[in-house]
Design a protein around this ligand. Sequence first.
Ligand SMILES: Cc1ncc(COP(=O)(O)O)c(C=O)c1O
Length: 372
Amino acid sequence: METALLPWKPCDVGDDLDSVQTPALILDLDAFERNLDHLMASAKGLRVRPHAKSHKCPEIAHRQMARGAVGICCQKLSEAFVFAQAGIRDILLTNQVVGAAKLARLADLSQSIRLGVLVDNSEHVKALADAMMGKTQLLDVYIEIEVGGNRCGVQPNTALELAHQIVKTRTLRFAGLHCYHGPAQHFRQESQRHEAIASASDIAGQSAELLRHAGIEVPCITGAGTGTFWLERDSGVYTEIQPGSYAFMDRDYADNLAGPGDVRFEHALFIHTTVMSDSHEGFVVVDAGLKSMSVDSGMPRVHELPGLVYLRASDEHGVVDTTKGKRPSLGQTLRLIPGHCDPTVNLYDDLVVIRERKVVDIWPISARGASL
Ligand SMILES: Cc1ncc(COP(=O)(O)O)c(C=O)c1O
């Protein structure tokens, strides 16, 4: 007789952390909520539009909105659809959207929520204006300025040309300047970050001045991430900030030499993993490897077990050096702080939400894999 195979469930609400199947992505609810509150207090009245690319989780976006965020950022159009379907009404796509099929979907989405998107090319402005023909609600368009990230974005003079082009259309609303400096977020020294954002703020300010001088209002200057947002906040130029990782605080961000004392966040995101082999001297093997975390920013850190070092990852194995710490036993669980939160979250279907050591909720990572 065949045995019915039951669906696999890693845990239930009410379970103790020790009984959660591993590897699992764990959110420490108390630390997470303190991080959300701390950002809102640290923004000191500036508009906050957290980046949802870090969490991809509507439950989290709603908690950010409930604390006063003006909306969220998404990086991908398909991601924005997930959040719009979950009831988020104001989304800035901090990216260029290219291609007829996507522009048609973008135009549709702009009719059900307030939607913004970036441009850094005049053909692109034309394509957006055409895609929006016949729509009643305008699309917010932000010009992306090259402020040092060396990725997308234009120089101030080109921004002026693009702004003239946007204001002449009848379907697009010029919404402001997007001035995000990505690499600066991860500079280790506070002084390097300071220098980079001083320069970014100068370029953003000059661009805005050029437009205003030509009679074009600049409603918003947006940018900033977890590594620098207090610098943009204090620049006198930026009017909105977009940090994402602050909610989780990964190992790479914790390795940055501190900013001013008021902008420390706590680790709230962990990979819960089990020791599955202890057959060697000097190390044990855990069940979380490359398919459980991203190592593009380096290896995870073992949480609260001094001396244990996660040395290397293969697909489903992780080797943890035990020579300088108390050796964990077979079957013992550890918590790892991922090196880079965004691509790690994207590997999981759910966040297992814990308070102290109890599972209090399970939140779907609904936009996981939404990369179109
Ligand atoms: C445009 C933009 N804004 C904000 C962020 C948020 O940065 P972080 O997660 O480092 O806070 C990112 C992250 O890559 C980004 O690309």
